[in-house]
Design a protein around this ligand. Sequence first.
Ligand code: SF4
Length: 347
Amino acid sequence: MTASPEATATPTEPQIQVDRYQKLAERVLAGETISREDALSILTAPDIDVLPILSAGYQIRHRYFGRTVQLYFLMNAKSGLCPEDCHYCSQSKISTAPVPKYNILKRDDLMKAAEIAANQGAKTYCLVISARGPNEREMSAVEQIVPEIKQKYGLDICACLGLLNREQADRLKACGVDRVNHNLNTSEEHYADICTTHTYADRVQTLRHVRDAGMEMCSGGIIGMGESPEDVVSMAFDLRDLGVHSIPLNFLNAIEGTPLQGNMDLNANQCLKALAMFRFVNPDRELRISGGRELHLRSLQPMGLYVANSMFVGDYLTTKGQAPQADYDMITDLGFEVTQNIEPASA
Ligand code: SF4
C-alpha cells in the first residue's frame, strides 16, 4: 500500500507559512510600514519558512530595484591605530589581531585603488579610515583626492571617516563626497556592550550632520554580536526613521584577538532572515550584503541577493572576500545584472 503524503509527514513538523509572508509583502508594496512584531516574526521564523520569506521579500526588492545589483569597492585608506574600542573591530586599540597598520595612504595608492574599483565594475568607491574621527591631515587628504578620483574615473565617493562634526561634513560635501558611511552597528540598548569609547547617540549625531550637509547617509549594522532579535529589529527601524539611503548589513567575522572572538552563533538561514527583515522594513533602500557574506552565507550567498540589491566586490577592510569573478558569475547565474544606477525605481 502506498503511504499518503499526510501519513509520511512528521506530526510535529510545522506548516510552511506561505500566505503570511505574501500578505506582509503586499502590505509593504501598498505603502504600509510593517509593525515591529511582524519584523520580529520574520527574524525568528522557523527555517522551513526561509523560502517563502525570500520569495515575498523578492517582490519588494523587484519593485524598487528589478534584477539589478549595485557593486561597491572598499579601500582601507588608513589601517589599525584606532583609539576606539569597538569590540568587533580588528583595528581597535584593544585588538591584538595582526592587522596592517599604516597612516593615510599617499595619492598614488588611492588613485590606483580607484582604477581597480572602476575596472571591477564598481559604481562607488568607499574610502575608509580607521579613526574616532578624521584629523586635519586626513581631512585635507580626502579633500584633495576626491575631486581627482571623480574626474578621472567617474566613481561616486562614499567616505567612512568616523565621527564628524558639522563643519567636517560641510567640507566633505564641498569637495564632492556623495555619501558618508557611519554604521549604527547595533541597537541603542545593546551599544554599550560593543563599545565604550563613544555612544550610539554620537553615531546618530554624525548621521544628522551628514544629512544636514546634503550628503546621502549610508548606515547599517553587524549581526551576530550577542544581540537579541529585538535589537536587530530596533536597528532596522532606527535606520528607517533616520532615512538612510543605503544599508550595509554585516555578519560578524569574529576575528581572533578582538573581544568578540569565538562568537560564531550565526548560520546561513539566520543571515537570510535578517536580510529579508531589513528589506521588509526598508523596502526602497539599497540593502548591501557586506562583511561575513562568504563566511556565514557560504553556499547560500546567491539567495541573499533575492532581497538585497547590493554587495561589495573584492576584499573587506581586513579580511579577504571571494574573487570578483565568482561574484560576477553568481550575479549572472541568478539572471541579475550589475548596474551603475543607484536610484531605486519609484513605487
Ligand atoms: S571607530 Fe572604526 S576603526 Fe575605530 S575601532 Fe571602531 S570600528 Fe574600528
